[in-house]
Design a protein around this ligand. Structure first.
Ligand code: GNR
Ligand code: NI
Length: 174
């Protein structure tokens, strides 16, 4: 397993639409393991493949509390089937937008169809943090970031800050 470098805003890769995974084979499972290792190292509670530069429809999540046993979950080709009318608000962050947090309102509950790491079709109903995290990650598969759900003013401020930081890094040639 390998920790991969994270793709950071404003890298245009983050706006790419990821392609479905056609066959769940050992290479896909290796990719999932690399994603999990990268997520645990960060640390984060979720990661989409595009965040390590792979435009494939796969995401990993572990929302187990610190100190509890690890509970890695792999979702391949996930599709949201239903969303509740009820909304919930969470303070979100993103490993591709380090150290920026904002409240985002999303459906409180969703049901999702996906393939597990053995390629078997599964369906789950999620609420709470899992529902929020799944929606955040599925957004990544569609080139959408959590800052797209906040005000335009806030979003433009964040993008400007990260664009400047990227330019500084570039000129320092690190
Ligand atoms: O680590 C993460 N925490 C988080 C907190 C609230 C809502 C969503 C998330 S996902 C984020 C990791 C990440 O960037 N996944 O794409
Ligand atoms: Ni994210």
């Amino acid at each position: 397993m390998t920790i991969k470098p994270l793709i950071i805003l404003p890298d245009p890769l983050l706006r790419q639409i990821s392609a479905p995974i056609e066959r769940v084979d050992d290479e896909v499972r290796r990719m999932a393991d690399d994603m999990l290792e990268t997520m645990y190292d960060a640390p984060g509670i979720g990661l989409a493949a595009i965040q390590i530069g792979l435009p494939r429809r796969m995401l990993v999540i572990d929302i187990a509390k610190e100190g509890d046993e690890k509970a890695p979950q792999v979702f391949i080709n996930p599709e949201i089937l239903t969303s509740t009318d009820e909304r919930s608000v969470y303070e979100e962050g993103c490993l591709s937008i380090p150290d920026y947090y904002a409240e985002v309102e999303r459906p409180a509950g969703i049901s999702v169809r996906y393939l597990d790491r053995d390629g078997r079709p599964q369906e789950i109903a999620a609420d709470g943090l899992l529902a929020t995290c799944l929606q955040h990650e599925i957004d990544h598969l569609n080139g959408v970031l959590f800052i797209d759900h906040i005000s335009k003013l806030k979003r433009e401020m964040v993008v400007r800050k990260f664009t400047k930081a990227a330019k500084t890094r570039g000129s320092k040639a690190i």
